[in-house]
Design a protein around this ligand. Structure first.
Ligand code: 6GU
Length: 224
């Protein structure tokens, strides 16, 4: 898979994409992630990428021209399945959406900033709009990093233990059951006996029951 991220704040991606599973997936060639500074596609002397909004009002708006230039340059290198704009008024990201996106080959993620982007970008260039939750972030960068992580960890070869992505919370519509590691007892706090029993079928049943209980307690909406 190839993911191209367009942003005015490329440094925001230095940390999140270069650790752990995301770094290993890139090292292993499972995914190629490229960060593009929108300013590099400005045709203005000052390299500006935003301007005042027509009709008046506070806040700068990202201009269509540098965004279009950047997308056109990328489309000379690859053919993209989706051009995704990260925005709080997009469709909410969930595990099902991440699963679907992980089956595609090439994605462009466009991060908005300031007051927003020219509506013509959304109408004519973008193919999908995604929000990561009902709260407001300062820009789309953190959302793009979240989306990238949710997709890349699902790619074959990204996680060494192939089964572990499948037992995540949400993957089967249930929250994940509790897990424990050594010691078996710490300051009087004990690991449930059944996990030490070695009885695989009973352990599977216990885990499933715990997942059901946790989901009913915390996220009854997931069961509907
Ligand atoms: Cl994608 N962008 C911004 N700015 N805020 C958000 C968001 C995206 N998703 C939730 N809040």
């Amino acid at each position: 898979m190839r993911i191209d991220i367009i942003t005015v704040l490329p440094k925001m991606f230095d940390g999140p994409l270069n650790q752990s599973i995301l770094q290993r997936a890139q090292d292993a060639g499972v995914v190629e992630i490229n960060i593009h500074n929108l300013r590099d596609f400005s045709t203005h002397k000052q390299k500006s990428v935003d301007d005042y909004q027509y009709g008046g009002g506070a806040g700068m708006v990202l201009m269509i021209e540098p965004i279009s230039n950047c997308i056109e340059a990328l489309q000379k290198e690859a053919s993209y399945d989706e051009i995704i704009y990260l925005t709080p008024d997009g469709v909410l990201l969930d595990q099902g959406a991440a699963n679907k996106l992980s089956t595609l080959s090439n994605l462009i993620l466009l991060c908005g900033h300031y007051k927003g982007i020219d509506e013509r970008v959304r109408q004519h260039l973008v193919t999908k709009e995604i929000s990561i939750g009902d709260y407001v972030l300062s820009g789309g960068e953190l959302a793009a990093a979240v989306l990238t992580d949710s997709i890349v960890r699902l790619l074959p070869g990204a996680i060494s233990d192939e089964t572990s992505a499948l037992t995540d919370s949400f993957q089967d519509g249930l929250l994940a059951p509790p897990v424990y590691t050594r010691p078996a007892e710490y300051k009087g706090m004990k690991v449930p006996d059944i996990l030490l029993s070695g009885h695989e079928a009973n352990i599977d049943k216990w885990r499933h029951d715990q997942a059901e209980k946790r989901t009913a307690d915390r996220r009854p909406d997931l069961r509907e």
